[in-house]
Design a protein around this ligand. Sequence first.
Ligand code: SOE
Length: 358
Amino acid sequence: MNVALLGYGFMGRAHSNAYHQVGHFFDLATLPVRKIICGRDPTAVAKMAAQWGWDEIATDWRAVIGRKDIDIIDIATPNHLHAEIAIAAAQAGKIVLCEKPLALSAADGERMLAAIGSLPNLVWFNYRRVPAIMLAKRWIDEGRIGTPYHYRATYLQQWGNDPARRTGWKLERATAGSGVIVDLLCHIMDLALWLNGPITEINALTHTFIEGREIEDASLAMARFANGSIGSFEATRFGIGSLNRNTFKIHGSAGMIGFNLEDLNRLSYFDARLPREEQGTRSLLATAPEHPFGTTFWKPGHIIGYEHTFIATLGEFLLALEKGEPFHPNFADGLAVQRMLDAVERSAAIRQWESPLT
Ligand code: SOE
């Protein structure tokens, strides 16, 4: 199974590591081969290839897609290239893995979904494979928190406040599409849709603190979910004091579940069905053999990290591929998120409630 990775930045490293490690933790019939890494700067790509064990380097993604010996195209480029590359790769019959956000708009996402058809595909919403978050999903589905009332999510980073960072593809509209909306809100939106179901309407604002910056530095939104609960979302690059604080808290009639990526092995759980004198929030270390991926990585209590979320995403994708089973998150899931992000942008622009368009 020959892989071509397009992109060599932060996500290029995270994906390279996943290809390198996946066979160590998952029993796969066929291992992915790190065949080609592609990017614009040949010197930087050659360095990446040497460091992460890619066989070849390339600078022209179209030529890479044209290669018959490549089975998987993995897109880890700046956002604005996702749609064009994914559609070309799908037209060439490749399996396509795409970094988040799927696209810059739902319209592009629709075209990508149409192009991919029945070809295996994935969107790298890696946080779905944090064991503690998978445990949250299991318990929510089992009804442990009862009827959900509140869904509260934040994604707080602080690097936007660095006056030295004025350029770069993540800060320019042409290459990023938007700011925190596609970068951070997209992650917490994907988790919200997965954990708490569809959103019917949303009311959002965006804000830019640095004069002259093309994209928003922060976004706040409130939402109504189809299940009757209400939610709030906060995404910012000005969350001074928080480096990568991706959190959620769900309050239901029978309990509460909470998570914070800065302490990713733990899940907070409050069981409101216990006698009142025994009630209290527990902080569970989700590393027991009974927990998701509890026997995949290390022994109980031997915590895992950010990189394992990519290894686990890839491992489950390749297993699903071998078995011919469907995989999530896929392009359809990415499109559902994109529709919400479009609704956020519209709502912020016209200062009114908006619903996702289908
Ligand atoms: C931004 O700093 C970023 O790297 C995002 O682009 C990632 O998607 C997120 O997981 C971590 O933060």
